[in-house]
Design a protein. Structure first.
Length: 274
């Protein structure tokens, strides 16, 4: 059983969509398993650290730390390239009002769901732009990004919680868009618009998914039929689906696969709640 304080996120929902058994082990049963999700491990760890630093640098830049001060802290060539790419195009064409590392919380299906947004840039009454910084070694396809729960959860959460950011007025879904910006492919962002029909469909889908999870009991979280996913799963050994981790540089979403995602509970949620 999930604790009463459990809060859904794009990460936990994506785990369920990818493999119900993974959701069961990681979130319901809270089993820790030490296997690597991808290899070679030293490259995975270096990429994780570099990605975390990159997000921290952008946060500093958003709150007013001078570019020159941030640049002086860089002692990694790849990170320096990412930073130069960000300065050149990361904020191209987005509104000047911005919140960095913004956490939104909304009620859904008798639970709460959170979205931790890298950057929200907005002009009230005109445009609300969700920016997500990706440090993937390979650029994901548009189809794969559209299928990710992050694309659905973030846009839905912004509209549902947006009145708190918009002087009490609801945000029009048609004013929302989400941009994935890739540090290794800075001139190839992926942009997803939104509308009222998308929002209604997202609400139905997310409500159904959470209700489905909630009504399942022990033994009702089967393994995925897509065994290719198992190469990048830390629990593969428990199910006899291989012992060797997948190649780190073969993943489209290496940053998602290697980040240390938060396990939200109600008492940890701050910032903007609806």
């Amino acid at each position: 059983m999930l604790p009463e304080s459990f809060v859904y996120s794009q990460t936990s929902l994506q785990d369920f969509a990818d493999c119900p058994a993974l959701f069961d082990l990681r979130w319901r049963r809270r089993i820790k398993y030490p296997a690597a999700e991808s290899e070679p491990l030293e490259l995975v760890e270096a990429h994780m650290e570099r990605g975390a630093l990159f997000h921290q640098m952008i946060h500093q830049h958003t709150i007013g730390v001078p570019e020159s001060v941030i640049a002086e802290s860089i002692d990694d060539d790849e990170l320096a390239v990412w930073w130069a790419n960000y300065l050149a195009s990361g904020l191209r064409g987005v509104p000047d009002k911005r919140y960095a590392e913004l956490t939104l919380s909304v009620p859904i299906a008798n639970r709460r769901m959170v979205a931790k947004i890298d950057l929200l840039a907005f002009e009230p009454g005109r445009e609300w732009v969700i920016l997500d910084w990706k440090t993937s070694l390979r650029r994901p396809t548009r189809a794969n990004l559209m299928a990710r729960l992050q694309t659905t959860v973030y846009r839905y959460a912004l509209v549902e919680a947006g009145a708190a950011l918009n002087g009490g007025a609801a945000i029009d879904p048609a004013q929302v868009k989400m941009i994935y910006w890739f540090a290794n492919f800075p001139d190839q962002p992926e942009i997803f618009t939104y509308n009222a029909e998308d929002h209604a469909a997202a609400g139905r889908m997310l409500t159904h998914m959470i209700a489905d999870i909630e009504q399942r009991g022990d033994g009702e979280f089967p393994l995925t039929d897509d065994v290719r996913r198992c190469a990048y799963c830390a629990y593969r050994g428990l199910h006899e689906r291989g012992t060797k981790a997948g190649a780190f540089d073969a993943q489209e979403l290496t940053d998602e696969a290697t980040e240390m995602f938060p396990d939200f509970t109600l008492d940890q949620i701050a910032e903007v709640a609806f």
